[in-house]
Unconditional design. Structure first.
Lengths: 371, 244
């Protein structure tokens, strides 16, 4: 009954809307019929689970996979630690329960060797948060530095065969972490009062923004080794991360600059009148407000990095997209492009959606009590 | 006695506009000076030169024995000793009331958190809003925000306080609470430079009233004399327009 009322009010109120509803329904039926029929009868979905390993870690030897798990544990643990120490947030109970439920659900499908790693990874975030509420800011910063060093140590020299989703995530995280401070510095330089620093920042930002990402990546690939001793074998991954960071930093800088210019003049004057120096005003008064106001744009840039990592296969890295294409070249899986591409599209979508959700949460947390 | 603020032939231009025309002014320690005048007369600009929020092009300003010149160290030293309260409060919206007040003492004076918070709470008590310490500025009324701003400036333990039209942005019913806080401060012996349109406050609290017009000091004297018996015709015209 209620459904009938809803239908009448929303879909069939008046002859014109009724006509539109019928036409739309017919159009949807005609277009989706083929897709649904294919998805439920013809599609060979088994190609996805059978190649899950390739899609997730590429051709990394099984005895090296522990490195990835360790990196995942560390990153999640430190993220939780820093988040909780900054905000004083408690661990929500659903996080513990969710981690254990997820573990129970996935338990039968994974190799026995990976079960312990899986459990550790799932528990890393809530454990980090639980500890984070008890450590000071200084310890949190030390943890970031230590974790970064360990991650680089674990991955250095072992990245040649790394591929698939883990490579995509690794590129995204490393590029984001490096691009953010560089972007802040450039934004401060461009809005600051030192002419040399300002000119250099403008030059950098405009140069990078005037060059396509793919060109920046190629340039990084060929030029980064020039800046390092000739005897070092610079992993491609390293050059690519440098390229991505340099590219993203230019855009991040412009977003932050927008935020800085949106901070009222009175905030500077209040800070100066209290005796704060220029850099103290920037750190405590201007940047926190500037960044808060441009969080959606900043996260948008991180999402862009995440998706743009699919370009790296041109330089010989086997990211998620490349692994998907590789699978379809296997004679056993000929003609499964649709299944596998739909699957990786779903992975990209879920990843981007999660980041977008995090952005809204962060915005809400930072806007608390202010208007 | 050596004046705590000494201004000598101070001149300032905004482009071609000559906003301060050879101002000479000495303020003694503990003196409360109220500056009145029509808008655009340069009175806000004048007090903003005292902590160098406005640069001057000609003349000399010495604050507490420190010459205000291009030397950044001198500017920083003066700003530590001079507190300022703005018309639009300018509280930091991303910090709680307590954080607003303790920020400068902690990072400029390098006080430990406990000391800064103790003094902040005493100041909040003094301006009557100790119960609002954990709130954000946007959760307070205008009058409460301005009292927080006063406490924030006092937390640096300044020798001089500048007030730039502190009640002009307030709803009428909140003007009183801010003026009360300022009166109490004046009684405690603080050196104050106040730009305001509150003539009642000037009459009651000021040691000296200065009337400015077109970038010049037209007349100055004790409040009774300036208000009841203004000598200059521009002062008479101005007071005639605003009293009653």
């Amino acid at each position: 009954m209620r459904a009938a009322v809803w239908l009448k009010e929303n879909l069939f109120n008046g002859w014109f809307n009724s006509l539109l509803t019928v036409a739309t329904a017919w159009f949807l039926y005609v277009t989706l019929r083929g897709i649904l029929h294919w998805a439920f009868t013809e599609a060979r979905w088994f190609v996805v689970p059978e190649n899950m390993r390739l899609l997730m870690v590429g051709s990394l030897p099984p005895d090296q996979v522990w490195r990835l798990w360790t990196v995942a544990v560390l990153v999640l643990f430190v993220s939780g630690l820093v988040y909780a120490s900054r905000t004083g947030a408690r661990v929500p109970r659903w996080m513990w329960v969710g981690a254990l439920l997820l573990f129970a659900a996935v338990f039968p499908t994974v190799f026995p060797a990976t079960r312990a790693f899986l459990l550790l990874t799932l528990l890393a975030l809530p454990t980090g948060m639980a500890l984070g509420a008890r450590v000071t800011d200084r310890w949190a910063k030390a943890a970031i530095a230590a974790a970064l060093a360990v991650v680089i140590g674990l991955l250095w020299g072992n990245t040649e065969r790394l591929g698939g989703f883990s490579l995509t995530v690794l590129l995204t995280v490393l590029a984001s972490v490096l691009a953010f401070p560089l972007g802040l510095l450039l934004a401060l330089g461009r809005t600051g009062k030192w002419p040399v620093f300002r000119t250099l920042s403008i030059l950098y930002i405009e140069l990078i923004r005037g060059v396509p990402l793919i060109t920046v990546l190629f340039l990084a690939y060929y030029m980064v080794p020039l800046f390092l001793p000739a005897s070092w074998r610079v992993p491609t991954l390293f050059s690519i991360v440098v390229g991505f960071s340099m590219f993203a930093a230019a855009y991040l800088a412009e977003y932050v600059r927008g935020g800085i210019q949106g901070v009222p003049k009175g905030q500077y004057e209040a800070a100066w009148a209290l005796g704060l120096s220029g850099s103290q005003s920037a750190r405590y008064i201007i940047l926190p407000q500037a960044i808060r106001s441009v969080i959606p744009a900043l996260i948008g840039q991180l999402i862009a990095i995440f998706k743009d990592t699919s370009l790296v296969y041109i330089l010989g890295l086997f990211d998620l997209l490349f692994m998907a294409i590789t699978v379809t070249r296997n004679p056993k899986y000929l003609g499964t492009e649709r299944e596998i591409l739909l699957f990786i599209a779903l992975i990209y979508f879920v990843g981007a959606a999660l980041m977008s959700y995090a952005s809204r949460r962060i915005e809400r947390a930072m806007g608390l009590g202010t208007r | 006695m050596e004046p705590i603020i000494h201004m000598e032939n101070v001149n300032k231009w905004f482009g071609a506009l000559h906003v301060l025309k050879g101002i000479n002014l000495d303020v003694a320690k503990g003196e409360v000076v109220v500056i009145i005048g029509p808008s655009g007369s340069g009175k806000s600009t004048l007090i903003r030169t005292v902590n160098r929020l406005e640069e001057i092009q000609k003349g000399r300003i010495v604050v507490d024995g420190i010459e205000l010149n291009r030397d950044v160290r001198n500017i920083d030293a003066v700003r530590k000793e001079v507190g300022m309260v703005f018309q639009s409060f300018n509280l930091f919206p991303h910090m709680t009331v307590l954080e607003n007040i303790t920020l400068a003492p902690r990072i400029v004076r390098k006080w430990p958190r406990e000391k800064a918070e103790k003094i902040a709470m005493e100041l909040l008590e003094r301006v009557g809003i100790a119960d609002q310490a954990e709130k954000y500025p946007a959760q307070l009324s205008g009058g409460q925000q301005q009292r927080v701003a006063i406490a924030r400036a006092l937390a640096m333990q300044p020798k001089i306080m500048l007030f730039d039209e502190p009640t002009s942005a307030l709803d009428p019913e909140m003007v009183g609470e801010v003026l009360d806080a300022m009166k109490e401060l004046a009684k405690s012996g603080m050196t104050m430079l106040v730009v305001t349109h509150e003539m009642g406050f000037a009459r009651e609290v000021a040691d000296r009233v200065i009337f400015m017009d077109m970038g010049e000091i037209i007349e100055e004297g004790e409040p009774d004399q300036v208000f009841s018996n203004p000598r200059h015709e521009r002062t008479q015209a101005f007071l005639g327009r605003i009293l009653h």
